[in-house]
Write a protein that binds this ligand. Structure first.
Ligand code: R5P
Length: 298
């Protein structure tokens, strides 16, 4: 699609995929737009072979549309392609694609010969039917270039800080140096100390976390990360922090995947908090205000 103009020029419509219905509703409220109803099943129970289906239940011809859908799990990627095509068919004027959780974003380069750059594989196809893209706390902002249209990342960390404010957090820690920018952002917002730990990943379920200089004895700690997947990173860090005398450990992430019994593993923490980029029992705060503010800035 051709880039026409910045978003939020007047009347807007929000279309949310089934991975992002709650956030889409919040976002529509935050930007004062109408939420377009979408049917996700042609027949009750859906297609017998499990194929996805979408149908827009209100007109969007000539409209500026904000399309919201996380690309996780895989079926939601297919659904997003269908929604993009439905918007083209329906004659939407301009589509800003908001991807709250960009699944496959962590394979941002070829780690081993023969591998794809999965983030690029997805982004370049999604960018073909969007005028602009917004991601939320994407793992590596360099992948934004793969969309091939103007793309910006919105930090979900202010939402985490909003939830943690007033909870007596003394120290904000990132589990590794890559995530230090997250700890700095939340720490500064809370007026708390911040630092990062040293993490060495052995495999998907094994990490080693080493302490750094910061003293956590008798202090309340929040560990912040972009994604919690198996929870191994945070659970290992929590054990180490408790051994060092931390009185309370809160695990906080923007994207709560919580795969492979992560929430059981995370019982090591006093609290687990995630945003609504993905819905889970730990979803306690919405990133809608952050996305809305970014859309208003254009
Ligand atoms: C990786 O670099 C991410 O930022 C997270 O630290 C990672 O995905 C967490 O994985 P897990 O919860 O499985 O330890």
């Amino acid at each position: 699609m051709k880039y026409l103009a910045p978003v939020l020029r007047g009347g807007m419509k929000v279309v949310a995929g089934s991975a992002s219905l709650a956030l889409g509703k919040e976002l529509a409220r935050a930007i004062g737009a109408d939420l377009v109803d979408v049917a996700f099943e042609k027949h009750p129970g859906g297609f017998p072979d499990g194929e996805r289906y979408v149908r827009l239940l209100a007109p969007v011809a000539g409209e500026d549309v904000v399309l919201v859908q996380s690309t996780y799990p895989d079926a939601k990627v297919v659904e997003l392609f269908l929604l993009q095509d439905a918007l083209v068919e329906a004659g939407a004027r301009n589509v800003t694609l908001v991807i709250p959780y960009f699944g496959y974003g962590r394979q941002d380069k070829q780690f081993e010969p023969g591998e794809p750059v999965s983030a690029r594989a997805l982004a370049k196809r999604l960018g073909q039917e969007a005028d602009e893209v917004r991601t939320v706390s994407v793992h590596n902002p360099d992948v934004l270039a793969f969309f091939g249209v103007p793309a910006k990342d919105v930090s979900g960390m202010p939402a985490i800080a909003r939830h943690l404010r007033g909870r007596g957090v003394d120290v904000v820690l990132a589990p590794d140096e890559n995530a230090e920018r997250f700890a700095r952002e939340v720490g500064k917002a809370l007026g708390a100390d911040w630092d990062s730990l040293e993490k060495k990943r052995i495999d998907s379920f094994t990490v080693e976390v080493k302490p750094k200089a910061m003293d956590v004895k008798g202090r309340q700690v929040a560990i912040v990360d972009d994604v919690i997947s198996t929870g191994t990173t945070i659970a290992t860090a929590t054990k180490m922090l408790r051994e060092q005398g931390a009185t309370r450990v809160i695990a906080a992430c923007v994207h709560g995947l919580f795969s492979a019994n992560a929430l059981t593993r995370l019982q090591a923490c006093d609290e687990v908090v995630a945003t609504d980029t993905l819905l889970s029992p730990a979803t306690k705060v919405s990133v809608a205000p952050e996305i809305a503010a970014q859309l208003h800035r254009g």
